[in-house]
Design a binder for this molecule. Structure first.
Ligand code: ZN
Length: 243
């Protein structure tokens, strides 16, 4: 079983009726339910949110998480710096990290990228089409050449992320912009995936293709081993060195 923790700032679902109607138990709970429909016996999924003690990310939780999924939007600044730093440290030692939608500005993702991660945006729930631009990566396996999102928030270039290790999808929006909407990175010993869909007023986490991509990303980012210690020690030589 891959141990997955889905973290959510869990705010709009409590404060806005239309979001509550769409994601009544929080969008993290919806992602869990949708994943369990297609892979119930593959994952042990835990939910965590910002209002839990230590934001639900205690040492015990992080030590027992293979892949951490993150959704944040308007409460990035309320995330404790020490906890964000701990998440980054776990990624460096091997934990997988999936940043969804507005988590492009979350503290862990920005720290992992080292760039501003800013982008152009427009929120009028417009039609979007995601185009697969990599046919060999395991995250794109089984997905069609393109698929539609009936309504999404537009995220457009310039998206100030580092050049991705692999660019998997580009999204076109009805308003004319495009976005590098699915990107992979290795950071230390950990694998990181950024995935754009998931504005809180849009039903993207009920889209079977979106859930399949998140599933594939979990499988790809799963380290399959314990955390790897970071080594920065002086070492004796293996061979005898003649001088
Ligand atoms: Zn949004």
């Amino acid at each position: 079983m891959i141990r997955v923790t889905i973290w959510n700032e869990f705010y709009h679902e409590k404060t806005e009726e239309n979001v509550k109607a769409l994601y009544p138990n929080g969008l993290h709970a919806t992602i869990k339910e949708q994943l369990e429909k297609i892979a119930a016996d593959e994952y042990e999924i835990r939910l965590a949110d910002i209002d839990m003690p230590e934001h639900g990310l205690t040492d015990d939780v992080l030590n027992n998480t293979d892949v951490l999924i993150w959704w944040g939007h308007c409460r990035h600044g309320l995330v404790d710096d020490a906890i964000a730093a701990k998440v980054v440290d776990h990624v460096h030692r091997g934990m997988g990290f999936i940043a969804l939608h507005s988590s492009h500005l979350s503290k862990p993702f920005v720290k992992l990228m080292g760039t501003p991660c800013t982008l152009r945006w427009r929120c009028i729930d417009e039609h979007a089409r995601m185009w697969k631009v990599d046919r060999t990566h395991p995250i794109t396996r089984g997905l069609p050449d393109s698929f539609e999102l009936e309504a999404e928030e537009m995220y457009g270039e310039p998206f100030l992320i580092p050049k991705p290790d692999d660019l998997l999808w580009v999204t076109w929006y009805a308003g004319g912009e495009i976005c590098r909407s699915a990107c992979t990175y290795e950071r230390g010993f950990g694998k990181v995936f950024y995935f754009q869909p998931g504005h809180e007023t849009c039903p993207s986490y009920y889209n079977p293709y979106v859930i399949q991509i998140i599933k594939n990303a979990i499988d790809w980012a799963n380290p399959g081993q314990d955390r790897i210690p970071l080594c920065c020690d002086s070492q004796p030589p293996f061979e005898k060195i003649e001088k």
